[in-house]
Design a protein around this ligand. Structure first.
Ligand code: SF4
Length: 347
C-alpha cells in the first residue's frame, strides 16, 4: 500500500478555500490547513469590539472550516515578515492598499516552506481564475507559483482544469477530471458545490480577506505613513486603525475617539501609551491623542473630546487630560461646534 499524498491547504475562512480543501480531501489526500495571521485579518476583530455588533455570532471562520473538514489547522503568525509585503509590494497595490499579488506569493511561499519542513507533497489554494482583478488572473497565477517557489506543487482545485497540469495531477495523487473549471466573479458554481457537499452557514464573501481592501482603513493607513514620512508601522498602529473615529486637526497630531462602550473599553488598554482625554462633568468617550501636541493643541483636543460626549451642547465641559507618565490636568472648555470641524479632519 502506498501512503496517501499529503497536502497543506491555505485556509482563509472563506468558502473558496473550504471547497478547494474538500475537493482534494475527497480524493483520498491527507489535508492539513494553514492560516496566516498578518494583523490585517478581518477574522474575529472589530465585530468583537463594537457594541452594535454584540448580537452577531463570533466565530473564527478558519477554525470553523477546519472543523467542517475534520482537519488540523496550523495558525501561523507572520506580523513582522508581512511588513515588507505591505510597505513595499513589488507588484504594487490593488484598488486600496491591498498588495494582493505579493501577498498571495508570500503566503504560498510560507506554505511551501512549511510543506518541505513537514514532509508534505503539495499546496492547495482556493484561487479561481478571473475572480480578483490582480491576484487571480490567468496571467498572474503563474507569477504566484513562480515567485513563491512552489512551482507546479501548487494546485488550485477550483480552476485546475483551466490551467496547465501540475505535479499532483501528473503523479496521480489527484484525478484532474475530478477537479473544476470555475472562472470569473460569479459565486454561483461555488455555492452549488457547497450545497452538493452539504456545507451551509459558511462565511459570506465580503470584498476581501483583510482590512487592506477597505477604503476607509486604507485612507487611515495612508495618513499614518504620510505623517511619519515613511511607510512603516507597528502592530499596535494597525490595530488602532480598526477602532474609533480618527480625526487629524493638525498635521502633527490626531485624535482617536471611541464610538461606543465596546471601543471605549478597547482603547482603555492603550491609555498608558498615549496622552488620553475624557470628559469628567458629562458622560463621553475616551480619546487617545497620537502625536506631539503643544499646549494649544491640548485645548483643541479637549474641545473635540467634549464635542463627542453628552455635553456637546453645554456651555462648558470639564475634560481630564492624562499624560503617559501619569501627570493629570483638568480643563474647562467649550465643546467645539460641529460647524467648526471641517470634513477633511475626519480620516
Ligand atoms: S485581500 Fe488582503 S489577505 Fe487577501 S490577498 Fe489581498 S492583501 Fe492578501
Amino acid at each position: 500500500m502506498t501512503k496517501p499524498a499529503k497536502a497543506v491547504a491555505l485556509i482563509s475562512g472563506g468558502l473558496d478555500s473550504l471547497l478547494a480543501a474538500k475537493v482534494v480531501q475527497q480524493q483520498g489526500v491527507h489535508v492539513e490547513g494553514i492560516n496566516f495571521f498578518t494583523g490585517f485579518c478581518v477574522e474575529g476583530h472589530t465585530h468583537a469590539i463594537r457594541s452594535k455588533d454584540r448580537g452577531r455570532p463570533k466565530r473564527n471562520n478558519a477554525l470553523w472550516v477546519a472543523e467542517q473538514l475534520g482537519i488540523r489547522l496550523h495558525i501561523v503568525e507572520v506580523i513582522e515578515e508581512y511588513k515588507a509585503i505591505v510597505t513595499a509590494p513589488r507588484h504594487g497595490y490593488g484598488s486600496n492598499l491591498n498588495p494582493c499579488l505579493d501577498c498571495k506569493g508570500f503566503m504560498v511561499g510560507k506554505a511551501h516552506e512549511w510543506m518541505i519542513e513537514h514532509d508534505f507533497d503539495f499546496i492547495v489554494t482556493g484561487e479561481v481564475v478571473g475572480q480578483r482583478p490582480k491576484s487571480q488572473r490567468r496571467d498572474t497565477m503563474p507569477v504566484i507559483a513562480r515567485e513563491s517557489g512552489a512551482g507546479d506543487r501548487l494546485l488550485r482545485p477550483l480552476c485546475a482544469r483551466l490551467l496547465p497540469e501540475t505535479l499532483p495531477e501528473r503523479e496521480g495523487w489527484v484525478d484532474r477530471q475530478l477537479l473544476h473549471d470555475f472562472s470569473g466573479r460569479s459565486r454561483k458554481p461555488q455555492m452549488a458545490l457547497a450545497a452538493e457537499f452539504g456545507f451551509a452557514d459558511y462565511a459570506q464573501p465580503a470584498g476581501g480577506c483583510c482590512f487592506l481592501t477597505d477604503e476607509n482603513y486604507a485612507r487611515k493607513l495612508g495618513d499614518l505613513w504620510q505623517m511619519r514620512g515613511e511607510r512603516s508601522y507597528e502592530f499596535d498602529d494597525i490595530m488602532l486603525l480598526k477602532v474609533g473615529r480618527h480625526l487629524r486637526p493638525r498635521p502633527h497630531f490626531k485624535l482617536i475617539v471611541a464610538r461606543d462602550d465596546g471601543e471605549n473599553n478597547f482603547l482603555m488598554g492603550y491609555r498608558r501609551q498615549f496622552v488620553h482625554l475624557n470628559a469628567t462633568s458629562h458622560p463621553g468617550p475616551l480619546a487617545l491623542l497620537d502625536g506631539e501636541p503643544a499646549a494649544a493643541d491640548l485645548e483643541l483636543a479637549a474641545r473635540l473630546t467634549a464635542r463627542f460626549g453628552q455635553g456637546r451642547e453645554a456651555e462648558s465641559v470639564e475634560v481630564e487630560i492624562v499624560h503617559p507618565g501619569g501627570e493629570r490636568q483638568l480643563r474647562t472648555v467649550r465643546p467645539l461646534p460641529a460647524e467648526e470641524i471641517p470634513a477633511y479632519w475626519y480620516l
